[in-house]
Design a protein around this ligand. Structure first.
Ligand code: B12
Length: 275
């Protein structure tokens, strides 16, 4: 293991203190406020419910046209030849972590995968779609759509009124700040909700957070030194929004370091604490 500090002793449960009740906004994280036809709601509800209950808690529908209007320069989403297709964007906050550890405890073979997190997320997302009888495509955040072209999921979030991309190039949600990740988009062979994209929250980025300075420090630093990951975490920490939703120490460490040995230790610790 490259780093010497110990695994956090905190057991990262579903964090009772972190609920959306009373928070400034949990906009864009579910179906509740989405404009959807009854049939689209019936289609998306069970899938969305599985994602939310499994830690993919920033999941909500959108219309592919909103993204295409917002980023005409970027790669296009598949749309089944519709002007605007019904789509679900799938993402998460810190709530993903305990579900991930639990899954690895149940299915330790996933630890052998080159990227256990992407591997598990793909299987979760696919599993929930098994009972869906409407044609669909899944576009993964971590896989290019074709060639080297990724779909910019931050722009999908922006087009759907969920987040703003900040000067640090991170998407900032009004409640979660930069502490959220985007995993995939599922596009269905159905018309989308149409109309204008939802009005975004006011941009939280006219602040003194100096995330741009933190980004410059990270970019100037030597990426091979053992402290490089801390400079990248500092870019997220520079944002004054979403402090309560900061990932746990272990989650941060794994996301920035991707050390599977460390991940295995987290799983062992999680198992011993849940016995
Ligand atoms: C390729 C990629 C990277 C590459 C290169 C990023 C780049 N363009 O410079 C690398 C591997 C370096 C990278 C690193 C990180 N990434 Co990255 N990355 C992606 C990925 C898979 C595709 C980005 C892309 O090509 N988009 C397509 C083009 C067309 O989009 P674009 O809008 O024109 O450009 C966007 C990005 O490319 C980025 N970008 C463009 N130029 C620059 C320049 C700098 C200096 C930076 C930092 C970013 C950046 O910001 C643009 C939006 O404003 C996305 C997931 C996705 N599919 O969106 C994650 C994603 C953008 N990354 C993410 C994160 C968190 C990181 C890291 C901070 C942490 C980490 N552990 O991965 C580090 C940062 C450290 C670093 N050294 O940069 C998150 C952002 C979450 C958020 N809240 O916004 C995403 C969305 C993945 C996720 N699972 O959520 N990433």
């Amino acid at each position: 293991m490259r780093y010497t500090h110990r695994i956090s002793s905190e057991r990262d449960t579903m964090s009772d203190h972190v609920t959306d009740e009373g928070s400034k906004s949990n906009k864009g994280v579910g179906l509740k406020n989405a404009r959807l036809s009854e049939s689209s709601r019936r289609l998306l509800e069970p899938v969305s419910e599985i994602y939310h209950s499994g830690g993919l808690d920033v999941t909500a529908p959108f219309d592919t046209r909103w993204y295409h209007d917002h980023r005409p320069d970027a790669p296009e989403l598949p749309t089944f030849d519709r002007t605007g297709a019904l789509a679900l964007r799938v993402g998460n906050t810190r709530r993903l972590w305990p579900h991930f550890l639990e899954a690895l405890a149940d299915e330790p073979h996933r630890l052998q995968s080159p990227d256990p997190l992407d591997n598990w997320i793909e299987s979760r997302i696919r599993q929930a779609l098994e009972s869906v009888d409407v044609d669909h495509h899944v576009v993964w955040g971590h896989r290019p759509l074709r060639g080297n072209d990724f779909i910019p999921l931050q722009s999908v979030a922006e087009a759907a009124g969920l987040a703003h991309v900040s000067p640090s190039h991170l998407a900032i949600h009004p409640t979660y700040g930069p502490w959220l990740a985007f995993r995939a988009v599922v596009i269905f062979d159905r018309d989308g909700p149409g109309g204008e994209s939802p009005e975004p929250e006011p941009r939280p980025c006219d602040c003194e957070g100096n995330c741009r300075d933190a980004l410059d420090r990270a970019l100037e630093g030597d990426d091979t030194d053992d402290e490089a990951w801390r400079r990248w975490v500092a870019v997220r920490d520079a944002c004054p929004v979403g402090d309560d939703y900061r990932y746990s120490k272990d989650q941060i460490r794994y996301h920035y370091d991707k050390d599977r040995g460390f991940l295995a230790e987290c799983v062992d610790q999680w198992q011993s604490m849940s016995q």
